[in-house]
Every structure is written in structure tokens, then in C-alpha cells.
Design a protein around this ligand. Structure first.
Ligand SMILES: [Fe+2]
Ligand SMILES: [Fe+2]
Length: 174
């Protein structure tokens, strides 16, 4: 008796399942988040005088950053600390997160019509750019070089990210 699924369809389904469950590299996951947020900041700049659009994009940036910072603080930073030669790199990253969160809280309580709104978004963008550069140029390469298991940590982070994103009302659109 032939089965409903042809061997070829079966192989395709298996490949799809493997891709979905494939171990995610922690650093690749974090870098992908960084790129997504950079795109959103560029979109904000393009929105110019459209306050409704600016606020929507700003809220999207804050949502993405909060999830990203949580998975770094809960999982990546503690798991990578022992693999980083210069502990100040991790300490500074944590302080930078706190400053960014403070600015995001101010933005969330503000109207885009406020004359300080654009300035705060711009400073947030510059803070994040600086932070991302330090993570990608110093922090991540040190952790990798010293043998951090980025696959296992990546899987934990991907699961936590899915959980936090679902809590916030589904995956964010880019
Ligand atoms: Fe970070
Ligand atoms: Fe990051």
C-alpha cells in the first residue's frame, strides 16, 4: 500500500523539521537582533514628521531591545563571563543596558509631539550603536576565543526569546 506521503515529501518535511530545531549559535542570534534594531532606527529616521509612525517604530525598538537585553542579562552575560578576559567589558555592558532602559522608560511615557522626543531617540540610538560595537568587537570575540559553548547557550536563548516575544504579543514585525 502506498503511503499518503511520497518519499520526496517525507525528506522535505524532515529537512524542514531539522532546520527548525537546529542549534542556534548564541552570537549569531545576538548579532541578528542587533541588525534588526539598526534597521528599525533607520526606519525611525525615515519617518521624519509622521508622529504616529515615529511612535509606533519607537515602541517596536523598545520592545525588541527589552527582549534582547533580557536574554543577554539572564543567559548570555552570566554564561559568558568566565570566558571573558577583561571583566570590565561585562560590567560596562550591564551599566549600558541600565542607561538604555532608563531612556526607553522615558520615551515610553512621552508623546512624539514632545520637542525632546527625537533627541531622546537619537541618544538611545547612539548608545546602542556604541554598545553593539563593544559587544561585537571585544566581548563576543573574547568569549568565542576562550571556548564558550555558544551552541548550547544559543538554544537556551532562542527558547527564552520565543517565550518573551509571545508574552509581549507575538513576534515583532521588521
Ligand atoms: Fe547588550
Ligand atoms: Fe547585544
Amino acid at each position: 500500500m502506498p503511503t499518503a506521503q511520497t518519499p520526496s515529501a517525507g525528506r522535505k518535511a524532515a529537512a524542514k523539521k531539522a532546520a527548525a530545531t537546529r542549534a542556534k549559535d548564541a552570537i549569531a542570534l545576538l548579532k541578528a537582533d542587533h541588525r534588526a534594531v539598526e534597521k528599525l532606527f533607520a526606519k525611525y529616521e525615515e519617518a521624519k514628521e509622521n508622529d504616529t509612525r515615529k511612535q509606533a517604530i519607537c515602541m517596536q525598538i523598545c520592545g525588541e531591545l527589552k527582549v534582547h537585553m533580557r536574554i543577554e542579562e539572564e543567559i548570555f552575560y552570566p554564561a559568558s563571563r568566565e570566558f571573558v578576559d577583561d571583566q570590565e567589558i561585562v560590567n560596562e555592558a550591564e551599566v549600558e543596558h541600565a542607561s538604555a532602559k532608563d531612556l526607553m522608560a522615558q520615551l515610553e511615557a512621552m508623546s512624539p509631539a514632545d520637542e525632546m522626543y527625537d533627541a531622546k531617540v537619537k541618544v538611545l540610538m547612539e548608545m546602542i550603536e556604541h554598545h553593539v560595537e563593544e559587544e561585537e568587537e571585544e566581548y563576543f570575540p573574547q568569549a568565542k576565543k576562550n571556548g564558550m559553548d555558544t551552541k548550547t547557550v544559543g538554544e537556551q536563548m532562542a527558547a527564552r526569546k520565543a517565550e518573551l516575544t509571545a508574552k509581549m504579543g507575538g513576534p515583532a514585525k521588521h
